[in-house]
Design a protein. Structure first.
Length: 243
């Protein structure tokens, strides 16, 4: 009997260059940073969630959920992670729903269809931390059968290090990093509908446009790719421009 986890990114070399060198002995990512990273990813999620009547924001790989909890009570918040990060969330934010999940294990995140149908998902700078992101992407693919949108982000290897960089990542918590075109191929390999892909600022201090973000849509909302008003709004938010 086939399972959702039969599709594997290793079989296509993660869509990375043949000469790319991974870091397979990466460190656990303790999410304690004085600088806020990927701030606009959550802004984009909030914008789409508000435009399309979402009640919940689901953060896959939420870390200590510092960015997620800012959107409560506008959204019901649901965080997915494991280890000390999730322990912290459960202790500090009892108003949230916290799901323990090792994103590298072949098991599905369990959420009610009714919750997903009114949800926007965030997966901000998680994929680069995983030795094999296949289970993460299978999970997102399964969740997107019902959820409206998912915003996934990751550093752009070529913009951070230059076009000749072949790894391993300088950040010792990262296993591998992609370019924008490589990431799009990987997402589409897992049958995810990429309605929009561009760059956003890396953090609130440096504001380098070096982080890729992809807006993944449910089939019913894939039309946003051709809606100039929505696309322009997303771009405006991503670049962190003042209104």
């Amino acid at each position: 009997m086939s399972t959702p986890f039969e599709r594997n990114a290793k079989s296509v070399d993660f869509f990375l260059p043949r000469a790319y060198e991974e870091r397979l002995e990466n460190q656990y990512c303790y999410d304690y940073y004085p600088v806020i990273w990927q701030p606009q990813v959550y802004q984009i999620a909030s914008y789409l969630g508000s435009q399309f009547s979402c009640n919940s924001m689901i953060d896959i790989g939420c870390g200590t959920a510092t960015k997620l909890v800012q959107w409560h009570p506008q959204f019901q918040i649901i965080g997915v992670d494991y280890g000390s990060n999730l322990d912290y969330c459960k202790h500090e934010y009892p108003f949230g729903q916290w799901i323990e999940q090792d994103l590298e294990q072949p098991s599905l995140i369990q959420l009610e269809r009714s919750v997903l149908q009114s949800s926007v998902i965030v997966c901000a700078d998680v994929i680069e931390h995983l030795k094999d992101p296949s289970s993460l992407l299978v999970n997102i693919s399964q969740l997107m059968k019902h959820a409206k949108f998912c915003i996934l982000s990751t550093p752009d290897r070529e913009l951070v290090y230059g076009y000749q960089h072949t790894g391993p990542p300088t950040n010792t918590a990262h296993v591998r990093e992609w370019s924008k075109s490589e990431l799009k191929q990987l997402l589409e390999y897992f049958q995810l509908r990429v309605s929009f892909i561009d760059w956003t600022i890396d953090n609130e201090v440096d504001k380098h446009l070096s982080t890729i973000f992809a807006v993944i849509s449910h089939i019913e909302y894939d039309w946003i790719a051709h809606d100039s008003k929505i696309s322009n709004s997303i771009t405006h938010i991503a670049k962190a421009k003042d209104k």
